[in-house]
Ligand binder design. Sequence first.
Ligand code: DX5
Ligand code: ZN
Length: 218
Amino acid sequence: PSAPMIAPSILSADFANLAAETRAVEGSDWLHVDVMDAHFVPNLTLGLPVVESLLKATDIPMDCHLMIEDPRRWAPPYAEAGAYNVTFHAEATDDPRAVARDIRAAGAKAGLAIKPGTDLTPYLEILRDVDTLLVMSVEPGFGGQRFIPEVLSKVRTVRNLVDAGELSVLVEIDGGINADTIEEAAEAGVDCFVAGSAVYSADDPGRAVAALRAQAAA
Ligand code: DX5
Ligand code: ZN
């Protein structure tokens, strides 16, 4: 992969001060925004109105991770609002190609996310029709969980296909990424690293982003 990308997740930020929390990580590659609906995952976070306000508050390209049911219905508005990348879960739809097509038609990059226990094989063909593959390295729903290293075999599979010129997709990893785990993920071939608690529990979130990026590049 080229220069590693870091996408701080505001799930671990102070939700009463999101504009300031976003400014604290200026210079990040993407701003990762976790949308949860309390149905697809057992947690509820934020939705389109907050995303629309955040888009006005920052120039960091926004990476919306939709942990929601019925993405065919709910995903395109995030693209229309101006998100750079809109990722939905493979487990939440029967027609991932249609969801990806609608997201792209609405003006964003389209991402497919898979949970730790989800096999990649049935989705390999669909990767031709998306821009991003988000490999979850924790069960989606909460920040601060432990990294599941077994998911890296999926990263390696896709990395090999991309490097062989058989696929063109950005490989993103989400969950438990910190100073202890990022090198292992980088070696497996991740392009973009989401980090929530590792960034926002630091005294200086901006420095934490820079440190993670340097570690991933090493
Ligand atoms: C969890 C979210 C993640 C979360 C990661 O479902 O998708 O983006 O913020 O948090 P950490 O980096 O603390 O594991
Ligand atoms: Zn996420």
